[in-house]
Design a binder for this molecule. Structure first.
Ligand code: SF4
Length: 336
């Protein structure tokens, strides 16, 4: 059997502590496991509230953050152990799209510059003509044409144009995986639909997988194949998107779905569910279920140990909650 495209095992990131544990530790991500196959390409959503650990995970996959423990393997290679050549290839294979495309542009350079830079860094073209063809091809994928637009400065583009340019830039190097961190949260509804549609076309027509980081369940429901819901750095529920969103099992995820104002998963997810003292709770609740203080079904045993992921429906639907302790689990607190 071939190696998966991305294999994250027992990924843990702890911030703080200092020398002699002189400051509080914050567990941003704990024992996180995820596998994305080489084929077929998939859109995997990592969802959760602010502070759930989803951006820490994205940054770890992009190599911006070093894990405290655990491993991220790309086609069988531990990304923390890559040599220079392998690291360059990894940076080509794994691209990023961020929430605020404007922050990625250098305001003093024309738009064309970001494409030229990528082509030069990864030595993608033999000559100018070939480079121009590659750029036109990438722009076409996102429904744009070169011409004048490449000669503009970033501030002369609309927010939507800037974000589509970012998708085109990511596509330019023909990656295998794109980490998309809240890519549609700053654009309007019509543009959101367009960008989500582009993601699906890249998945289906170009075999590009996505790690889609979002707090918005409605867009996750529209585009993703599998979903992982994080709560304070721990997997609360994961599995096939339709199964999880249409029939949530973890009390936290049920509360999230209930917080959608009408029973329509295509509606935007309410952000009102965030309660105060999240950080404080995260520091204090370090042994039992992190959702205990907010859970309507809590039991004494929930405080003793973090529940493992119980298999509600095999690997297609798992939830980390003792309410399902009649179901099998794989023994790890959040293993797939
Ligand atoms: Fe609630 Fe216990 Fe389940 Fe945690 S394990 S979500 S506290 S019932």
């Amino acid at each position: 059997m071939s190696e998966p495209l991305l294999d994250i095992s027992h990924a843990t990131k702890i911030y703080g502590g200092g020398f002699f544990h002189s400051s509080h530790q914050v567990i941003a991500l704990q024992d996180f496991n995820l596998t994305i196959p080489e084929k077929p390409a998939k859109v995997t959503t990592i969802a959760g509230e602010s502070g759930s650990g989803k951006t820490t995970l994205a940054n770890a996959v992009l190599g911006f953050v070093r894990l405290t423990s655990g491993q991220i393997r790309f086609r069988g290679h531990d990304i923390s152990q890559l040599n220079r050549q392998q690291a360059l290839e990894y940076r080509r294979q794994v691209q990023a799209i961020f929430q605020d495309p404007y922050a990625v542009y250098n305001p003093f350079y024309r738009v064309k510059h970001i494409f030229d830079l990528v082509i030069r860094n990864f030595k993608l073209a033999e000559n100018k003509r070939e480079a121009r063809e590659m750029i036109e091809d990438a722009l076409q994928v996102v429904g744009m044409r070169g011409g004048e637009i490449l000669e503009k400065y970033p501030h002369q583009l609309s927010g939507g144009q800037r974000q589509r340019m970012m998708v085109a830039r990511a596509y330019l190097v023909k990656p295998s995986l794109i980490v998309a961190d809240e890519p549609v949260s700053m654009v309007d509804a019509s543009l959101r639909a367009m960008i989500l549609d582009i993601m699906l076309r890249l998945r289906d027509e170009h075999n590009i997988s996505f790690l889609y980081i979002t707090h918005d369940l409605s867009t996750a429901y529209q585009v993703c194949d599998q979903i992982v819901l994080l709560y304070q750095g721990i997997v609360a529920e994961k599995g096939d998107t339709v199964k999880v969103i249409e029939n949530p099992k973890h009390p936290y995820v049920q509360a999230l779905i209930d917080s959608i104002p009408v029973p329509d998963p295509t509606q935007k997810w309410s952000e009102d569910i965030v309660l105060p003292d999240e950080e404080e709770l995260r520091i204090r609740i370090d042994s039992g279920c992190r959702f205990y203080p907010r859970c309507p079904y809590r039991m004494d045993r929930c405080l003793v140990k973090q529940p493992p992921l119980y298999h509600i429906d095999g690997v297609a639907h798992q939830a980390a909650c003792y309410l399902y302790d009649d179901k099998p689990h794989d023994g790890s607190s959040s293993s797939a």
